[in-house]
Design a binder for this molecule. Structure first.
Ligand code: ADE
Length: 224
């Protein structure tokens, strides 16, 4: 069982990803618990605002320390990691998702506006994660991506226990091509070996294809 607490000003944005398909099933099976926390509930001001002008001036609002500190202090007991989603964080990859999937609980903080007061990053955050070199409007979509990549690795979440093992990147390799019926469409044929019924030949072919694809598309992975 892994528990996610996600601090956000837009919990609605995260409801849908957790309420469908694999992520929904993972929760109903009791393998994963997701707690969406509205940051505004921790604002002490009457407009429930959580942002303010930046000291020193400049465009853009900054998320204030007080509501975030109150919220984290409320949730953090025994949390192993407090993760801030940010484009300047450590780049997410399969290895990091594997490592985080072994956690008991993760606290995620989604930022907005121009950023969060630096003191939060200094004193509360234990890890900063980016999902890529581009800027999103907020951390929510990044949090959804991070949670999805972790949750599908939790044992029992995928119906075929082994299927996550064959994912792209799991062995620093791209997954081989797959086919389904019909065996021929428009004259385009499924490779004969896949119809052979010979498990050894099929596995060898898949391994070769994975190497070939990785060499063609992501040669850097093979050096790692
Ligand atoms: N917040 C805004 N952009 C982001 C990114 N690329 N990764 C993680 N969090 C973000």
């Amino acid at each position: 069982m892994i528990r996610f607490d996600i601090i956000t000003v837009l919990p609605e944005l995260l409801e849908s990803p957790f309420n469908h398909s694999i992520l929904k099933r993972a929760q109903s099976k009791g393998l994963v618990e997701v707690n969406l926390v509205q940051l505004r509930d921790y604002s002490t001001n009457k407009h429930k605002s959580v942002d303010d002008y930046a000291y020193g001036g400049g465009a853009g609002m900054v998320m204030m320390i007080e509501p975030i500190a109150a919220c984290i202090n409320d949730l953090k007991s025994k949390r192993q990691e407090i993760i801030y989603l940010s484009p300047d964080g450590q780049m997410l990859d399969q290895q990091l998702s594997n490592r985080l999937s072994l956690s008991k609980n993760l606290l995620l903080l989604c930022g907005h506006y121009k950023g969060i007061d630096e003191r939060i990053r200094e004193h509360f955050i234990t890890r900063e994660i980016s999902i890529g070199d581009y800027v999103l409007s907020g951390g929510e979509l990044a949090a959804a991506v991070l949670c999805d990549s972790i949750i599908r690795l939790v044992p029992g979440v995928l119906s075929d226990e082994t299927s996550a093992l064959y994912d792209s990147f799991q062995d620093n390799m791209i997954a081989p091509p797959v086919y389904s019926r019909p065996a021929e469409f428009n004259g385009w044929k499924v490779p004969d070996v896949l119809l052979s019924g010979n498990e050894k030949l099929i596995n060898d072919w898949r391994f070769e294809q994975a190497i070939l694809r990785t060499r063609q598309r992501r040669p850097g992975l093979l050096d790692e």
